[in-house]
Design a protein around this ligand. Structure first.
Ligand SMILES: C[S@@+](CC[C@H](N)C(=O)[O-])C[C@H]1O[C@@H](n2cnc3c(N)ncnc32)[C@H](O)[C@@H]1O
Length: 211
């Protein structure tokens, strides 16, 4: 099989994996849950022309202002279907783009806010996606991330490493990426980090560096 053929098979497999999970992602969040509170905390500063990468079932829409202008990208048609329903429920104006974030064509320097929640775990090349965020955000814009990865706790990290092959195959999601290292090595300037669950979940407020 050619190299590009292999890449397409891999992406199609990932899309199928996420299509199957869409129903679960579309379930409403409990307002007392950690997941809800962390998203709310991160996304309260989202404003202007918003780009949400790997939007899933639109879980974050409930945190956006009604007058926000939103562009949402995801490669899973079923996730996008769910997200469209959510956008209508929240009476939000959302333009959807069904595309692979690693290949999507969007305007450089366009967005006031670029958002990614729980998505750096699933890309084959997360470094590439971080670099693309910097291209797409305005020089004075913001990048808001809620990402999970390898804990600094040795016991939990050991479990994450052990579970990684199984969960990657089952959910399409890496458990053991070093998120702070990845973001630290990118062109994002980190303005604030808050970490939770034995440093395995991070809220990151960032802006583009040297732009
Ligand atoms: C773990 S879910 C998170 C969904 C949503 N961001 C949230 O916080 O609920 C990961 C999402 O990323 C999407 N995704 C993964 N890799 C992608 C890629 N290369 N291009 C576009 N979407 C992708 C999946 O379809 C899925 O909707």
């Amino acid at each position: 099989m050619s190299q590009s053929g292999g890449w397409e098979v891999e992406i199609n497999r990932q899309i199928q994996l996420f299509d199957k999970q869409a129903k679960r992602y579309a379930k409403p969040l409990n307002q007392n849950s950690f997941n809800y509170r962390l998203r709310k905390k991160l996304l309260q500063s989202a404003n202007g022309d918003i780009l949400e990468l790997s939007v899933g079932a639109g879980t974050n829409f409930q945190f956006y202002s009604k007058d926000a202008k939103i562009t949402a990208v995801d490669f899973s048609p079923i996730m996008i279907e769910r997200a469209r329903i959510r956008a209508a429920q929240e009476t939000l104006d959302v333009v959807f783009l069904k595309a692979n974030v690693e290949e999507a064509e969007l305007e450089d320097n366009r967005f006031d806010t670029v958002i990614s929640t729980l998505s750096l775990c699933s890309y084959p090349n997360p470094e590439k996606v971080l670099a693309r965020m910097v291209h797409w955000v305005k020089p004075d814009g913001q990048i808001l991330l809620m990402e999970h990865g390898l804990s600094t706790n040795p016991v939990f990290a050991w479990l994450q490493n052990k579970a990684n092959p199984f969960l990657l195959k089952r959910l399409g999601c890496h458990q053991n990426r070093d998120i702070l290292k990845l973001v630290g090595a990118s062109s994002l300037r980190i303005n604030k980090i808050e970490s939770f669950w034995l440093n395995s979940v991070h809220l990151i407020w960032a802006s583009p560096r040297n732009k």
